[in-house]
Design a protein around this ligand. Sequence first.
Ligand SMILES: [Fe+2]
Length: 292
Amino acid sequence: MINKQYVEDVIEWLQGVRSFLDKRSDDSSDLHDEIDQLLECTSEISEDELSASEIEQLQQRIHILHHNVTKLSQKQPQDLNVNKSVPIGKHTLPPLPYPYNALEPVISEEIMKLHHDKHHQTYVDGLNKAERMMQKARETNDFSLIKHWEREAAFHGSGHYLHTLFWENMDPRGGEKPKGSLLKQIDHDFGSFEAFKKHFSEAAKAVEGIGWAILVWAPRAKKLEILQSERHMILTQWDTIPLLVLDVWEHAYYLQYKTDRAAYVDNWWEIVNWPEVQYRFDKASQLTWKTQ
Ligand SMILES: [Fe+2]
């Protein structure tokens, strides 16, 4: 007897595989066709039973598809653009993952064109310039403008990374609510999806001036958190992971060094715990987002 839950799981898996394939650059039209056919026939399955041979046939097709997708996913990870690094000053504007008018009526084509082609491009250009200027500073040992270029790198870097996330966070077929482990975590951390949605919306509406509402994962607390970001940086680049931090608030050195922050900074290098930084780097570098 065919199990209803099994069919639902198959449909969910097929949809997941389809979105995985959509993100890849290789030609997988055969797999796409097979998925579409399977989706069509599984969605037609009602509570009425299929014959034993039909079930066996379906399971066989799923098995073959699973095998082919696994083979593809193991092939040339560089195709996925995840293991490359971006050379200094060589960030590029990622193409929108859907047509400009795909998000209408929620977001108009005109906005998407302007937002993506003009605004996001400006962030990419600004980040590239800041990176090149900071490279020049290291080469010439002239750090007189470092404050300016760090500001630029934070402003444009956050702009570039957040917009890249933003485009990917939306989908013309989107909406409704998350499922599975994400929904479970949201329920755990916010009480319910409705409470999360209300909190996130209120945070977004209340951002002072211009900025973002951001759902983050805090690996240390192992929980989700909602944050606001005014403008989009205050000298950080969202979407990055801190590896080594130095506290230069006065409370960190004043009692001992008085106003001589420079001496504190210079001495600090003697006590850096590099194995810990290495540990964080090892963990963080396992994350493989698409390169942009
Ligand atoms: Fe924007």
